[in-house]
Design a protein around this ligand. Structure first.
Ligand SMILES: Nc1ncnc2c1ncn2[C@@H]1O[C@H](COP(=O)(O)OP(=O)(O)OP(=O)(O)O)[C@@H](O)[C@H]1O
Ligand SMILES: NC(=O)c1ccc[n+]([C@@H]2O[C@H](COP(=O)(O)O)[C@@H](O)[C@H]2O)c1
Length: 445
């Protein structure tokens, strides 16, 4: 590692409480940065946010710090820093970064026994993909702050669930400009531990063993930390009142599973935003110009996952009516194709996978496209998929009238009905165990 740039990774967040996955972020990021061949990660810092952050259920920073310290006893390179949480007011992330950068640089310059060739350490922000998604929430981050975070310092971002951080970069001019300073780390072992879900389990008296270190679980029990009462901390007294910070945290939590749509009007009142109409679950984005309206992203069904077919009715009849030849029909009805669905807002990639043939659809809800059904019945259609509530409804205009399909989710099953005229088929899919856990952890209310 000689000659490499020393790097310190800083993670800012609530850590309410710290989980195994927070600590995994550091390990994943260190491996990734070492693989660049450029960096040598010398330290990691966990910086819990101050109590003034005002996020629902945020317990006192002295407890969050104590839990993080207990958890990180097993790490020989990541430590907890209390500077941020000791500040009188909530501290913007870039301010915390500047503080740590200056501190590290001063230590470096004061060090007597540095090899002359040694580079000054760099500092980069370590975060999950949901954190990076919050950059696009108007009024939440100042542009010059994002510019400084990614341009001057740099970002190491670990994938989270189905969020696609490369898309967030592509869609942001600012992030694209500094792309070389944004390092995306792919977590192949899907691990959707979320502090919110941990608190929920604790409130319900359910086990959180193996999600948190035992020492942290003991600390929580000893101090009776996560109760129904603690969760109401910072909760708005009226369901109708939302603050921008509230919006931010809801955004971070829900952006993983949302689609755009509803606009509701909001009136300004004592620097808070009051709505008559907003009901959870929603995500609101403050309007940049007027602060007088918010756009709401309504949380809808989550189609993400690798779905296994569990049953199939009438598919052969359907193919027969489409004039598909008997050989293909026989093969198709014997197969149990899986559906690999990636959903990012209204953008869907649905892969139908089987040992015989694969069929991919890549579409944005509401946008018509030409669909080439080669390998199915070899026809072409002009296809549009729209939302009907939580259902995805597809209309395939072409030679055959009334052709289309509908997908929807009931409990943890994916349903598909395909039809044209009066012929239809029905298929059911379920998620294998791991993914069900992942979904439950991420998206259940
Ligand atoms: N399972 C995870 N995968 C990837 N990143 C994660 C994961 N859990 C937390 N992070 C990241 O860790 C940092 C600190 O997270 P934070 O303290 O807000 O915890 P959280 O689990 O996201 O909380 P909550 O579920 O309450 O929103 C953020 O950058 C967040 O994106
Ligand atoms: N403008 C900013 O600097 C800004 C805005 C929103 C959140 N944050 C930070 O992001 C982190 C978010 O943590 P949570 O996901 O727990 O809400 C916190 O450390 C918070 O201070 C920074």
């Amino acid at each position: 590692m000689a000659g490499r740039i020393p790097l310190v990774l800083l993670a800012c967040g609530s850590f309410n409480p710290i989980t195994h996955q927070h600590m995994r972020l550091f390990e994943l990021a260190r491996d990734h940065m070492h693989q660049t061949g450029v960096y040598r990660v010398v330290a990691g810092i966990v910086s819990p946010v101050g109590d003034d952050y005002g996020k629902q259920g945020l317990v006192a920073s002295k407890h969050r710090l104590a839990m993080a310290r207990l958890a990180l006893q097993s790490s020989d390179w990541v430590s907890v820093d209390d500077w941020e949480s000791q500040q009188a007011d909530w501290t913007e992330t870039v301010v915390t970064m500047r503080y740590h950068y200056n501190r590290i640089a001063a230590q470096y310059h004061n060090s007597k026994n540095l090899p002359t060739s040694s580079d000054a350490p760099q500092l980069k922000l370590l975060c999950g993909a949901d954190f990076m998604d919050t950059f696009k929430v108007p009024d939440l981050w100042r542009d010059d702050h994002v510019e400084e975070v990614v341009g001057r310092f740099g970002l190491v971002c670990v994938s989270r669930g189905s969020l696609q951080p490369d898309r967030a970069i592509h869609e942001s001019d600012l992030l694209s400009r500094h792309q070389q300073n944004v390092f995306l780390v792919r977590e192949w072992v899907h691990n959707e531990i979320s502090a919110t879900e941990v608190r929920r389990a604790l409130r319900r008296g359910q086990s959180v063993k193996y999600l948190l270190p035992d020492s942290v679980i003991d600390y929580i029990k000893e101090h009776n930390l996560y109760t129904h009462n603690s969760e109401t901390k910072n909760k708005d007294s009226s369901d109708d009142v939302i603050t921008w910070r509230d919006i931010a945290s809801k955004f971070a939590m829900m952006a993983r599973n949302s689609r755009g749509g509803e606009t509701v009007s909001i009136t300004e009142k004592n620097k808070e935003f009051t709505s008559n109409r907003i009901k959870m679950p929603v995500v609101a984005i403050l309007s940049e110009q007027t602060h007088s309206s918010v756009e709401c992203l309504k949380m809808t069904a989550d189609y993400n996952g690798y779905w296994k077919m569990i049953s199939n009715e009438n598919f052969e009849e359907y193919l027969k009516a489409l004039d598909v030849n008997v050989a293909i029909r026989k093969i198709a009805t014997l197969l149990k194709p899986d559906k690999d669905i990636t959903q990012n807002g209204d953008h869907f990639i649905i892969k139908t996978l089987s040992t015989f043939r694969n069929y991919n659809m890549d579409f944005v809800v509401g946008e018509e496209f030409e669909e080439d059904l080669s390998g199915v019945d070899d026809r072409k259609c002009m296809t549009t998929i729209t939302w009907d509530g939580d259902k995805l409804v597809c209309v395939q205009k072409g030679e055959i009238e009334g052709r289309g399909w509908t997908h929807w989710i009931e409990r943890d099953e994916l349903h598909l009905v395909g039809q044209f005229s009066c012929i239809s088929f029905v298929m059911w899919y379920s998620l294998p165990g791991m993914i069900v856990l992942h979904r439950a952890a991420t998206y259940q209310k």
